[in-house]
Design a protein. Structure first.
Length: 304
């Protein structure tokens, strides 16, 4: 991994050059995008490699490709450049009184995101230079990015809450159950009991907290269940169910409509529910736009 003291001495301009070449895979296209001459760009990249003492690029069949060290640098450079742009936008917002820049939001798959979307619409109407970047993912991924500061806000579906974050509960509750093939004997049931679900091949979220949560419902250690696959987002899990690999443990309302004729959802009994909430780092100075969005979401909830 690239050392942090080396990164701290880098010019953000050089990191932007590096990212442009990494994304374009071609010096000529990158130089056109950056409005920098090709020789000057090549010189800057060579100087960057000399400073790091590592080769960052290699010639590949499809043009210039990143080396292993280049991939490591790109991951960190993306975060650094994004953070710098957000800081710049924050300063401009304070000077102008208008919210500008890009607000980064991580979100699990849930209809409750509509509360955030409606608030974003109202915020954008009053601040036309404000943009939004939404990244979909599971709760653990979103929390990790919130901790790192690469996301401003996160929309999370239970089953629990982590320390170190502030939360705004959204007025929406999800219920857990199984997505099963329409021809499965389980599809004939209105509810799925722990006894029904034990002993069948299961497809489950890879999140550790979810596994602990479900183990309590199954009344047995999670490792004793027949988990044949794990998933991050539900779409490919639904494809596994459709193919007959197993039944997917998931929350209601998530199976894409295209699977409606082949995959059905059956809730657990006793019922197992999770709240949905908007989260951000506790005791962290939120960007003005993030504070404004939280306030707008809260107002939307109050009038819901």
């Amino acid at each position: 991994m690239v050392k942090s003291d080396i990164l701290s001495g880098m010019d953000l301009r050089i990191l932007r050059y590096f990212l442009a070449v990494a994304e374009e895979g071609n010096i000529t296209r990158a130089s056109e995008r950056l409005h920098v001459s090709q020789p000057a760009l090549s010189t800057q990249l060579a100087a960057l490699e000399d400073e790091l003492g590592q080769k960052l690029f290699k010639r590949g069949a499809r043009g210039i490709e990143l080396t292993e060290k280049g991939v490591a640098l790109k991951r960190r450079a993306d975060d650094l450049v994004d953070l710098a742009e957000r800081i710049e936008a924050e300063i401009k917002s304070k000077d102008s009184g208008e919210l500008v820049g890009t607000l980064s939001i991580g979100a699990g798959e849930t209809p409750a995101f509509r509360f955030v979307a409606r608030a974003a619409k109202e915020l954008r109407r009053a601040n036309p230079s404000l943009n939004f970047s939404v990244s979909s993912g599971n709760g653990e991924d979103i929390l990790a990015h919130l901790r790192e500061g690469t996301l401003d806000l996160g929309v999370l579906v239970g089953p629990g809450r982590y320390e170190g974050f502030d939360y705004l509960t959204l007025p929406y509750t999800h219920h857990w159950g199984l997505a099963v093939e329409k021809d499965s004997p389980l599809a004939a049931k209105k509810r799925i009991s722990p006894k029904d679900a034990r002993g069948i091949p299961l497809i489950c979220s890879r999140q550790g907290m979810v596994k602990e949560f479900l183990a309590g419902w199954f009344c047995c250690p999670f490792g004793k269940l027949d988990v044949v696959a794990t998933y991050n987002l539900i779409y490919n899990a639904a494809v596994f169910v459709e193919a007959g690999l197993g039944a997917a443990i998931c929350i209601d309302g998530m199976i894409p409509q295209e699977f409606a004729d082949r995959v059905v959802f059956r809730p657990f009994a006793p019922a197992l529910a999770s709240d949905v909430y908007l989260a951000w780092r506790k005791n962290a100075a939120l960007p003005l736009a993030a504070n404004a969005l939280v306030a707008a979401v809260r107002q939307g909830i109050d009038s819901y």
